[in-house]
Design a protein around this ligand. Sequence first.
Ligand code: GDP
Ligand code: IMO
Ligand code: MG
Length: 427
Amino acid sequence: MKVDLLLGLQWGDEGKGKIVDVLAPKYDIIARFQGGPNAGHTIEFDGKKFVLHLIPSGIFDPKTENIIGNGVIIDPYILMGEINGLRAKGIDPAKNMMISKKAHLILPTHRMLDAAYEQSKGKNKIGSTLKGIGPTYTDKVARIGMRTMDMFADDFKKKYVALRQKHMDIAKSYGFDPSTLMLDKMPLQAYEEAWMNAVEELKEIPFIDSEYYINEALAEGKKVLAEGAQGTLLDVDFGSYPFVTSSNTTAAGLCSGLGIAPSKVGRVFGIVKAYCTRVGSGPFPTELFDDDGQKLRDVGHEYGSTTGRPRRCGWLDMPALNYSVMLNGVTDLIITKPDVLNDFDDVKVCTSYKLEDIETKQFQPCNNNAVPVLTNIKGWKSDLGKADEYEELPYAFQEYIRFIEEQTKVKVSIVSVGPDRSETIVR
Ligand code: GDP
Ligand code: IMO
Ligand code: MG
C-alpha cells in the first residue's frame, strides 16, 4: 500500500481538519508529519466543535490509529491540555494515539525566544503564533534539540537545564526580559512547572519508532493518510520567505517527517478554500481591503483557530494554486467554503499578475507589488448547503468548479459546503 497525503494549498486554514475527519473511516492510520501547536484544525459533528493543535484529526474515529510523526514538534503542556480537553468530552486519545520517539520537544524557553525574536523585528514581525515553532526547529537543525525519547533518559533534567540556559543567554543578548513574558496566562516559571508535570503525564501515551510502525503497516496492506499542517505558501523553502513557518509544509515534508519513501506516496489531496485567507504578515496579492473582504471574514468566520486573530481575506489566486499543485503533485483537489460565496453577485478569481510592464502566470511568493489580473465569474446566488449530490449543485457553481479544473488540470473530487462533517459532497 501507499500513503495518501492531504495538505493545504494556500496559507493554512483551508479546512484540513474537517476533511481528514471525513476521510478517517476509510483509513487505518492518520499521521501528522510536520508543524506543531501552531496548527488549529477544526472539526464539527453532532452539534459539537473541536479544535485540534497536535492530535491528528482522525481521533474521532475509534477504529483509526493516530500518529504524531518525527517531523512534528511537541509542547507536552499543550498536548496534555488537548488530551484532557477531549477526555472531558468523553473521548480518550490514549486509546488510539502514538507519538514518535524522534519528535522534538518545544521547551517553554523556545516559546520565550519566539517572543524575543518577534519583539526584536518590530514592524517586520512575522506574526508567529508564538508557540515556539521557529526556535525549536532551529535547535533541531543545529543538533542541540531535545526529542521525546529524551524524556525517558536519566539525564533529561540535565539536558533540559543546559538548553534552557542557552536560551536565557540568547534572550539576554536580544535585550529581552523574561519576567515580562506570559505563556498561556502564566509567568515563565509557572509554565515551566506545568510543562514538567505534563512531561510525566504524557508518558502514558505509547512512544514508538513511527517510521517502522508505518512502513510495516503499509506492508500489511493497511491504509495510511498523512495530515499536513499550515499550507504550501507557508513552506520554509517555497513560501513567502521570511514570512513563513519553519517546516516543509509541502509533499517533501511527508518523506522526512514520517520516513516514507517517495515511491510509497499515493494520492495527493490538495485542499483549497474557494477564496484566500492569511493570518500574520507577508505578501498577499489578492487581499481585499473593502466591503467584500469584510464580508468574506464575517460570513466565513475568518478568525484564527489558534490565536483568534482576524484573518486577512482575498479572492482565489490561480497562479498561487497552480504553483501549489505543481510543488505537491496534487492528484485530487478538494474545495472548501464555497458556501461563503453564496450571496455574492460575482466571484472574482486572479488568473495572472501585472509586474511593471509584463504580465505573468508565475506565482510571486515574495513580491509585494504583483498586481492581480481578475476574472469575473457569475455568482450562483443560492444555498449550496441544500445539495446532497454533486449534480444537485447549481449550474453556475458547477461552471466555477469546471473553471478551476481547466486552470489547474486537476479534478475536484470533494466539495465541502459547510463546517459540519455531513456537509461534504464526494464526487
Ligand atoms: P485547518 O487549519 O485547515 O484545519 O482549517 P481551520 O479549522 O483553521 O479553519 C477552517 C474553518 O472553516 C473552520 O472553522 C471550519 O469549521 C470551517 N469550515 C471547513 N470547511 C467549511 C466549509 O466548507 N464551509 C464553511 N462555511 N466552513 C467550513
Ligand atoms: P493550520 O494547520 C494559518 C502562520 C502564522 C505566521 C506564520 C509563522 O491551522 O493551517 P509560526 O507560529 O509557525 O512561527 O507562524 O505562519 N501560521 C499559520 N497560519 N494556519 C496555520 O496552521 C498556521 N501555522 C502558522 O500566522 O504568519
Ligand atoms: Mg487552522
